[in-house]
Write a protein that binds this ligand. Sequence first.
Ligand code: PEP
Length: 251
Amino acid sequence: MSNRQPLVAANWKMNGSRESVAALLDGFRQGLPADGVDVLVCAPSIYIPLAADELAGSNIGLGAQTVSEYANGAYTGEISADMLKDYGCRYVIIGHSERRHIFAETNETVANKFCHAREQGLEVILCLGERLEEREAGMTEQVLSEQLEAVIARAGIAAFDGAVIAYEPVWAIGTGLTATPEQAQAAHSFIRLQVARHDDRIADELRILYGGSVKADNAAGLFAMADVDGGLIGGASLKVDDFLAICRAAG
Ligand code: PEP
């Protein structure tokens, strides 16, 4: 039986100001449980230097919400893995559904980003998730499998050693609709089994987060499921008390 330490990751998306970033991080630092849960904040890129300063000396990790698939060079507007590392950013979210569906990132782009980030030594949170119409058509497992296998085929299963996956049903993100603990467990267990087909140990040690309208009052039920190892938190991570309550539920 693996002993996976829960992880709660804040995804602030395109929200915040210098003032609110400092206030949120101050609140997180003061209120976080000392142990039992790893906590990480994925800030908008422009606030990463500020967040790095605010988090210095704390055990809260710092992450980005996306990264270029390319190394430094002539890629106007992009931010490289090297640049993130330069500011103490250890984690990056790859393949968030907003990147896939609003910014047209394909499975191939996601796989390239995953590969490049891992090669550059970043810890990756790879997001997978089906849309409502796909769930209603009974295609959830097919979609999850295609999204996952595209990355495994490109990066190799060894690149998942120490990586994190987030199961984020698109219909639950920012909508107030949450997967039931049983729906989340079914998807998480399916993802772990898919990884186990390639490597048992990596599957057993893989942290799989749930994301999609996690709130203070539904977190404990979700985190109690055997294959749910924490959460990726959007809206509720913009409120100190809500985020701290979710971290306590995980710890
Ligand atoms: C997310 O953006 O990853 C997310 C899960 O958002 P929310 O918690 O707001 O649904």
